[in-house]
Design a protein around this ligand. Structure first.
Ligand code: SF4
Length: 681
């Protein structure tokens, strides 16, 4: 049933939920609350899952993500506000301007708690404000205020200014200049943490909303069994100090860098290699030692050589309600500090061939200032560096390994004034389609989302996980690399065990992102499904079991896929870039690491079968229609014939939708995709 229907008007009040969503129209500041039935909350849990359900109901089919009518949802979870460690998180969900498909990104801390205590399980924004604005939401409702004085400010500056303006208790999620300017991988940030992937900052910017500020109201939402929650919180807290989280506490994810380098899983120079000769310079054990610098002005002090201890770790920090504290803070130079994780070092370091640690840290800080996703930024710039190397774009200065070039490219992307900056601000998929010349073959993305730092040719379970995930190439929605790294299967010979591992980790991610618990906590659960069910039961009062949660995970994964199918997903979108399938790697052992198209196709077919999808990957006969979702909407209108059948271009075409037609939820439409929005509605 649709949200807000009369059947829903009996407000749901269960432990952990308010049972309602606030929908704000930024065009005029009006707001309405819609009820969330208990059946929906139990089926989709919260966070990313509930966000997918909301998008199915509230997003107009076929709408451009940057159109005013496209919704952006901040979605909370049943565990937010409890003493359970790592639970202070929220999801931001929208149709991605980078992929044209569903994206959900998670961020942490006090915004999650205050946002939920406004009295809503989600805050959805539609429309477009006339002037740059701040959306304020508290226990009294929603209103817009002018944000003209914040134009062009970084997210951190905007947050600081708004906290000063608004006073105690207000928590702010904001965009940087890149979000205002429509960079398609702009982030939304809160307290230095980012809802990073998929361009959610551009969606908020398209609504002319610089920031969302939330303040807890008077309403509370007690857990069904507070004593059980408290006992579980004490137990989890104790376990969070154990060996399963030691890596995150003591070293942080940067510890992956040398480990991945050693097993040829560290993508280097736009995936032209899988190990990086400069990895040692960027690794943890080098910290505290003097490093060479390219002498970039403003990095590590102007005037040439780097100061000593440029990579010195100066602090450890963590999100609110977290006992792990995985954040490792480093000094950039000039008194500036920044958080460092494996992914930003990978994307701005090896991926771009940069081994100068000062340059990588400075580039990471620039991404934070602009408000852009480091993985997509690094991936797109690496693609451009290879284009420049091949003479496909006129930017001879854009060389692999040059930190000055990296910083210049980031600046042009953020300013969005030069043709190159505009091109790269659209991401590697769109840029490669514009440049042509065969550059799509080495644009390293899936569905338009740039690849994270996991080499699919040497991690075959992860290869499948990256290919089929609804969000695109993302390591947080598929943790299949765990199976590759476990030693239990041959990571160079993908087969049925890899498929099972990809499905299991995708399901676990779907539930953790919906409950929401930090994935860095996952190792402390010995029997995760029943243990997660017990946590949810204590908060909500439901008699939920591990088996029911597994069903919820599957439902959430399929709901994301169904949304994408509605929006024009095609079988060709579940695939990997040509480079990964045509250029084998030679490992130090002499063994060849190759991922063939046939092997990938076979794993995808097995994945579809196990998921109950049809042979093309659409929600098919073996997957019962989800009664909580609207009926599939066939986008092919205007009376054109729809005929079931195979995509005539086959799964190797990497420019879907350019000619010949498109798939609309299981039917091939002979019309040309993109010939007017009306056609898509
Ligand atoms: S483990 Fe790290 S990312 Fe996860 S909640 Fe704690 S500080 Fe935040």
């Amino acid at each position: 049933m649709p949200p807000g229907s009369p059947e829903q008007d009996a407000a749901t009040r269960i432990g952990g939920y308010f049972g309602r969503t606030l929908v704000v129209d930024a065009s005029d500041g009006s707001a309405r609350a819609i009820s969330l039935p208990e059946t929906v909350l139990r089926a989709y849990v919260g966070g990313a899952g509930l966000g997918a359900w909301l998008l199915h109901h509230l997003a107009p089919a076929g709408a451009d993500p940057l159109e005013p009518g496209s919704p952006l949802a901040f979605v909370f979870s049943p565990l937010v506000g409890t003493p359970l460690t790592t639970s202070a998180k929220f999801a931001v969900v929208a149709k991605s301007p980078l992929t044209g498909m569903l994206t959900d990104a998670l961020a942490s801390s006090q915004f999650a708690i205050a946002g939920k205590l406004t009295g809503h399980d989600a805050i959805v924004i539609t429309g477009r404000a006339r002037d740059l604005s701040v959306l304020l939401v508290d226990g009294d409702g929603a209103r817009l205020t002018d944000a003209g004085h914040l134009a062009g400010r970084t997210a951190a500056q905007a947050e600081e200014q708004l906290r000063a303006d608004l006073g105690r208790g207000w928590r702010i999620a904001a965009i940087g200049p890149a979000g205002e300017r429509g960079v398609r991988y702009a982030t939304i940030s809160h307290d230095g943490r980012h809802a990073g992937r998929g361009g959610l900052g551009a969606v908020l910017g398209a609504k002319n909303i610089k920031a969302v500020a939330v303040h807890a109201g008077a309403g509370k939402v007690p857990a069904a069994d507070p004593q059980a929650v408290l006992a579980a919180a004490r137990d989890l807290r104790a376990r969070s100090f154990g060996p399963a989280t030691a890596k995150y506490r003591e070293l942080g994810t940067l510890a992956n860098l040398l480990a991945f380098n050693a097993i040829s899983a560290l993508p280097t120079r736009n995936f032209q290699a899988a190990s990086f000769e400069g990895a040692e310079h960027l690794a943890e054990h080098e910290h505290g030692q003097e490093e060479p610098s390219a002498g970039i002005e403003g990095i590590g002090g102007a005037g040439g050589s780097s100061p000593r201890n440029v990579l010195r770790r100066v602090a450890r920090s963590g999100c609110a309600s977290c006992t792990i504290g995985c954040e490792h803070i480093y000094r950039v130079g000039g008194g500036r500090k920044t958080r460092v994780e494996y992914e930003n070092v990978f994307a701005l370091g090896p991926m771009c061939g940069v081994s100068d640690p000062a340059g990588v840290l400075a580039a990471s800080a620039v991404c934070d200032d602009l408000g852009i996703d480091t993985i997509s930024a690094g991936g797109t710039i690496a693609w451009a560096m290879e284009c420049a190397q091949r003479g496909l774009i006129d930017a001879p200065w854009l060389r692999f390994g040059d930190p000055g070039a990296l910083l210049r490219a980031l600046t042009e992307i953020g300013e969005r004034r030069t043709p190159l900056g505009i091109l790269l601000g659209n991401g590697s998929k769109a840029a490669s389609q514009a440049v042509g010349g065969g550059s799509a073959a080495f644009a390293l993305h899936v569905k338009g989302l740039e690849m994270p730092g996991y080499e699919p040719r040497t991690l075959h379970a992860m290869a499948l996980g990256l290919a089929v995930n609804a969000r695109g190439a993302d390591h947080n929605r598929s943790g299949a690399y765990e199976a590759d790294l476990s030693g239990d299967l041959d990571r160079l010979a993908g087969g049925d065990a890899h498929v099972a591992a990809a499905i299991e980790t995708e399901d676990r991610a779907a539930v953790m992102d919906s409950m929401i618990l930090c994935k860095f906590l996952r190792g402390v659960f010995e029997e995760p499904w029943p243990e997660w069910a017990a946590l949810l039961a204590a908060v909500t009062g439901w008699d939920v079991t591990g088996a029911e949660l597994r069903e919820a995970a599957r439902r959430i994964v399929l709901a994301k896929r169904a949304f994408n199918a509605r929006e024009g997903w095609q079988p060709a979108d579940d695939w990997l870039p040509d480079r990964l399938l045509t250029e084998p790697l030679t490992l130090p052992s002499g063994r060849e690491a190759r991922l063939t198209a046939a092997r990938l196709r076979s794993m995808i077919a097995a994945y579809y079968k196990a998921r109950g999808l049809d042979e093309l990957g659409y929600p098919g006969p073996a997957s019962d229609p989800d009664p909580h979702l609207p009926a599939p909407q066939r986008l092919c209108g205007r009376g054109q014939a729809q005929r079931p059948g195979r995509d005539p271009r086959g799964p190797l075409v990497d420019t879907p939708g350019r000619a010949g037609g498109y798939w609309a939820y299981g039917h091939y439409c002979p019309g040309k995709r993109g010939d007017g929005n009306a056609h898509h509605r």
